[in-house]
Design a protein around this ligand. Structure first.
Ligand SMILES: Nc1ncnc2c1ncn2[C@@H]1O[C@H](COP(=O)(O)OP(=O)(O)O)[C@@H](O)[C@H]1O
Ligand SMILES: [Mg+2]
Length: 237
């Protein structure tokens, strides 16, 4: 039986009087890549913020590996192995690549800092080569790779990406897509928010559409063709 690593049940989230998420349910099976697509302003970022604990919820449950994490601080969720790479994540441009990664680290009892870094460099050889470079002098794509690497440095069980390809050139979008596949193949579960439905469809095992303040389950890999068309139609509506 598949294990649900992340489960969201009947979630409600507001900004002031405005309810942005209503009755949202989400299941992320361990080992899968789950994508959430939806129009600008639909509430995708708010959902990830709520799961990460940086935005308070009105009601509902969020469970990680079977345990409710509602009310936990963001750092407690990180300690559980839940990583978050927010939209337009900012690296520290005046620090080196290596120092950026070390800043994102939490001490893990079982591995040394060098081992943690090595594991991340294996996924991002370019960052190993450039570890002494000042981060702000790298290209936009390389900086986004570094932002992703910062999420991975805690050795998460699940990593959430909010619009990781936003504003990047098509070639770089492909690189990021390949990186997400590599991350998944290395055993990390992925929750991906992307307005690029095409990319979400290419990498995901399961897809949801955020629309009308809630999440709509679109289906599993293989059923995507119809779901994809529906999603496109609804987003364009
Ligand atoms: N900090 C905030 N304060 C008030 N309203 C917000 C805030 N952040 C987002 N919103 C509103 O919540 C809705 C959902 O936004 P968001 O979660 O960013 O959507 P998405 O990520 O799908 O584009 C939008 O109507 C947006 O204007
Ligand atoms: Mg957003």
């Amino acid at each position: 039986m598949t294990r649900e690593l992340l489960t969201v049940d009947d979630l409600h989230v507001s900004y002031g009087d405005m309810e942005v998420i209503r009755d949202a349910d989400l299941n992320v099976p361990a080992g899968d890549v789950v994508a959430i697509v939806g129009a600008n302003g639909a509430g995708k970022t708010t959902l990830l913020d709520a799961v990460a604990g940086v935005k308070a919820i009105d009601s509902g449950d969020v469970r990680f590996d079977g345990e409710s994490i509602v009310g936990e601080e963001p750092f407690e969720r990180i300690d559980r192995g839940l990583a978050y790479v927010p939209e337009r994540h900012r690296i520290f441009p005046e620090m080196t690549v290596r120092n950026n990664l070390q800043t994102a680290m939490i001490p893990a009892a079982d591995v040394s800092r060098d081992e943690q870094l090595d594991r991340v460099f294996d996924l991002f050889p370019i960052l190993r080569d450039r570890q002494s470079q000042v981060a702000g002098t790298m290209s936009g794509g390389q900086q986004q790779m570094l932002a992703i690497a910062q999420g991975l440095v805690i050795d998460p069980d699940l990593i959430m990406f909010d619009e990781p390809t936003l504003g990047l050139a098509p070639k770089i979008v492909e690189d990021i897509r390949d990186t997400i596949v590599d991350i998944s193949e290395s055993g990390v579960t992925v929750l991906l928010v992307d307005e690029q439905i095409r990319m979400a469809k290419q990498v995901s095992d399961r897809m949801y559409l955020m629309r009308k303040n809630t999440l709509q389950y679109l289906g599993e890999r293989g059923e995507f063709e119809d779901a994809y068309q529906n999603a496109v139609d609804q987003v364009l509506e």
